[in-house]
Design a protein around this ligand. Structure first.
Ligand SMILES: [Zn+2]
Length: 170
């Protein structure tokens, strides 16, 4: 995020942008950037979420798509300004794969990190940490999914705004 805290309209600040771009791997315009493992691996590598020599298994790929579905359903609930207990439960379950723990650096700083050494939990942990930090900062409810039936883009805006900047009415 720039020092003045201003980001382009609709773009989430700081690490939440990672969550936003993960949600936007499925969209009307670009199709599905993760629909096969062959497509998901380059996206994950490009986003710095996994090393160049790493892979995800078929079941991990399936879990990643379930995580994204739960995330998108949760962001749709944000746009609608309603609770979605089922989406929240599924997102909670998916994020548990990140196996987050609280760590203290030798200097005394507190951080969230993954307790796992393998690739897939590290990917999930990056997303989980971003969501946790966003929740603490109060920005999480402002990441939402455009309710235009042709759109479904994840965008960042005021709380309970239903449409992305391109589809805002009035
Ligand atoms: Zn839209």
């Amino acid at each position: 995020m720039p020092a003045d805290g201003i980001t382009p309209e609709g773009t989430a600040p700081g690490p939440l942008e990672l969550v936003q771009s993960f949600a936007n791997t499925l969209g009307a315009a670009g199709g599905d950037l993760l629909d096969t493992r062959e497509k998901a691996v380059p996206w994950l590598r490009g986003g710095g979420l996994m090393p160049a020599d790493a892979i995800v298994t078929g079941s991990e790929h399936a879990a990643l798509l379930r995580l994204r579905d739960a995330l998108r359903d949760t962001l749709a609930a944000h746009a609608a300004g309603r609770a979605d207990a089922d989406a929240a439960a599924r997102l909670t379950r998916g994020l548990a794969d990140g196996r987050l723990v609280t760590t203290l650096t030798p200097g005394g700083a507190v951080k969230l990190a993954t307790a796992a050494r393998s690739v897939y939990p590290s990917i999930v942990a990056a997303i989980a940490v971003a969501i946790a930090e966003s929740g603490a900062a109060g920005t999480w409810p402002r990441l939402a999914l455009c309710q235009d039936p042709e759109c479904g883009t994840a965008f960042y805006g005021q709380q309970s705004v239903r449409h992305c900047p391109a589809h805002r009415i009035g």
